[in-house]
Design a protein around this ligand. Structure first.
Ligand SMILES: [Zn+2]
Ligand SMILES: [Zn+2]
Length: 167
């Protein structure tokens, strides 16, 4: 995802609007692989201050995910906004606060993905009132009514009395 910014260099301090979209390949993020159900769309402005560009934008992504309660796959819409600085060349851009660029294009991929990962929930649920799976038979309790009796963890109470008598 690139934006051409040559026009902004000649008009310091003037914000220029842009829109961009790209379908990213699956990305590794810590323990998980994030897959996309469609293009990530970004719209905002870039402005040159004489030394660096600041990109301020809103973004939308549709991420393939799995419900933490019922394990059903679903697409989660994630919206986020960010404001990042892009500094020309290598030397000034080696800190964590800025992104490097060269030529008259900004490559937004890393800034967009870094901000998306910050926004991703640790556990996603397909809907607020998802009932999840039955811990006994594994049925999806959103669609199936099972008759399982859910016991608490103390299973010694449920064993036959004879088992509990030591010989
Ligand atoms: Zn669910
Ligand atoms: Zn059940």
């Amino acid at each position: 995802m690139r934006i051409r910014v040559a026009n902004a260099v000649r008009q310091t301090g003037e914000p220029f609007p842009f829109e961009a979209a790209e379908t990213f390949a699956p990305q590794r993020f810590g323990e998980r692989t994030v897959s996309f159900a469609g293009p990530v769309t970004v719209s905002g402005t870039y402005v040159y201050d004489g030394k660096a560009f600041t990109v301020s934008a809103k973004a939308k992504a549709a991420v393939d995910t799995m419900c933490a309660r019922c394990t059903k796959p679903f697409v989660e819409e994630v919206e986020f906004s960010f404001s990042e600085r892009f500094v020309k060349g290598e030397d000034e851009a080696t800190d964590d606060e800025t992104y490097p660029y060269s030529g008259d294009e900004l490559l937004l991929d890393k800034a967009v993905l870094d901000n998306l990962f910050l926004e991703l929930p640790i556990a996603s649920v397909c809907r607020e009132d998802c009932k999840g799976l039955c811990p006994v038979c594994g049925a999806d309790r959103n669609t199936t009514e099972c008759n399982c009796v859910i016991q608490e963890a103390q299973d010694w109470q449920t064993r036959p009395v004879s088992d509990q008598i030591e010989e």
